[in-house]
Ligand binder design. Structure first.
Ligand SMILES: Cc1ncc(COP(=O)(O)O)c(C=O)c1O
Length: 445
């Protein structure tokens, strides 16, 4: 956008240097707006939908957004104090305590003692703000964060355009497996120019739908340890666990944070998770930031106190505090996981069936022009497209086949493909989606 009207009006000159530079490039928002208007099959934005009769005590077959009936019922019984009062800057004690226990519950199979080494989580309005706050705290504008080239687009907006720092990409896959070598060389190279390395991992991954298995997770850990040794610089590793638990094969169902938490004093692990997908509460806006502070860092109580002071300073100056009514509801919900886990498992299994149906359909109609990345989790699948521009293909798909998808075209990073959101499709729509994509590629070849 050239901001011609702002410039003509004189308002542009009033903007700060930052205000002049920030902008939102065309992307997911535009494609999903177009899909809402033009598409019969909408596979763009990351929501999950289905029939209430399939997963809750309801006879309704009207397709709607997946949600948990326990949360919906909860808000009928709230007291004014729970709704209208201010919340402390980093969250109400009950949500912080219960989320800490929830993390302990999620990670207990791998590390039953994890609760004793993690901090009280900080409440922030969504994972997006959590990532922003962490980058603001740990990444200077002269430094680079290390991320795979296939990543959620908002990381670029936060790290590059908002914080003003850089991104060092590595290729996520190598020979159909996680690219350990790429991760290591990105860390070693980046650490040459800064005092530490900053890695951001996201599994289940957006946009590929990839989650590592246990062996891969362990190998990622040993890669990080080797990289730190070779670079001689410490490392902070942040996990964006937005889709934690949404895994449809035998791969890790818990966050890799559990494996990263105790890798030694040179590796500080931070977990960011939240309710958007985990509790299917998109509009709720609540995320949590949690550090792992094993004993080798020193006195955990003292470290927590000082870290909290830093984060109170930053959060107070950014968003002041997060919505209380949501925190009250989430505190109540996650303190009794039995009330929602069964229903959530049903939803995960329905989404898993959609993922498997898409996988089968892609295999049945395999096309040398279309190479899907390995997907086993989350809401998305990624199709690498060989010779046709992904943006042209997405445009053609909408116009001719009424199919909405998100194109990813980053020439510098060798990415040209489509992100499909299988979670928002019905199983019946999947053959039409795959046929449409195959036909559209043939049209444009
Ligand atoms: C990887 C990833 N992280 C974070 C988010 C957003 O999380 P929140 O809604 O909690 O800000 C998304 C959702 O689009 C995502 O895909």
């Amino acid at each position: 956008m050239e901001f011609k009207a702002l410039k003509k009006s004189g308002i542009f000159n009033l903007l700060s240097t930052f205000g002049k530079e920030i902008f939102q490039p065309p992307g997911i928002v535009e494609w999903s707006e177009r899909a809402k208007k033009e598409a019969a099959i909408n596979s763009t934005v990351g929501v999950a939908t289905g029939k209430p009769s399939e997963y809750m005590d309801s006879s309704s077959d009207k397709v709607g957004i997946f949600h948990l009936s326990a949360i919906k019922e909860l808000y009928n019984n709230f007291k004014p104090e729970q709704i209208f009062a201010y919340a402390p800057v980093l969250g109400i004690p009950s949500v912080r305590n219960s989320w800490k226990k929830w993390i302990g519950f999620k990670l207990k199979d791998h590390n039953p003692a994890i609760e004793s080494i993690i901090t009280q989580p900080y409440a922030i309005p969504g994972i997006t703000v959590g990532i922003y706050v962490l980058c603001r705290m740990f990444l200077s504008p002269t430094e680079k964060a290390i991320l795979p080239e296939k990543r959620w687009g908002n990381y670029d907006a936060i790290i590059k355009r908002n914080i003003g720092a850089g991104i060092q990409s590595f290729t996520l896959f190598r020979e159909n497996r996680f690219n350990y070598e790429g991760l290591k060389s990105a860390i070693v190279e980046t650490a040459k120019n800064q005092d530490k390395a900053f890695v951001l991992l996201n599994f289940p991954n957006n946009p590929t739908g990839y989650s590592p298995d246990r062996e891969t997770a362990e190998k990622i850990c040993s890669t990080l340890k080797e990289s730190v040794k070779e670079s001689g610089k410490p490392l902070i590793v942040v996990t964006d666990d937005a889709y934690e638990g949404f895994v449809y094969d035998d791969s890790l169902k818990h966050s890799i944070f559990s494996h990263l938490a105790e890798l030694g004093k040179d590796i500080l692990a931070v977990k960011v998770d939240g309710i958007t997908k985990e509790l299917l509460f998109w509009g709720g806006r609540l995320g949590m930031i949690t550090f792992a502070i094993p004993p080798y860092f020193g006195d955990k109580g003292e470290i927590e106190l000082e870290l909290e002071n830093k984060f109170v300073g930053l959060v107070r100056a950014t968003i002041s505090n997060s919505t209380k009514i949501i925190q009250e509801g989430v505190a109540s919900i996650v303190s009794e996981p039995d009330k929602f886990l069964q229903e959530r498992e049903r939803i995960i299994s329905i989404i898993g069936k959609k993922a498997n149906a898409l996988k089968e359909e892609l295999e049945k109609n395999s096309n040398p022009e279309i190479l899907p990345d390995h997907f086993n989790s989350g809401f998305f699948a990624f199709l690498n497209i060989k010779d046709v521009s992904a943006e042209k293909l997405a445009d053609h798909l909408l116009k001719k086949y009424k199919i909405g998808v998100i194109p990813f075209e980053k020439k510098k990073e060798n990415i040209n493909g489509l992100r499909l959101t299988f979670s928002s499709l019905s199983v019946e729509e999947i053959p039409r989606l795959v046929a449409g994509i195959n036909n559209a590629v043939a049209d444009l070849k």
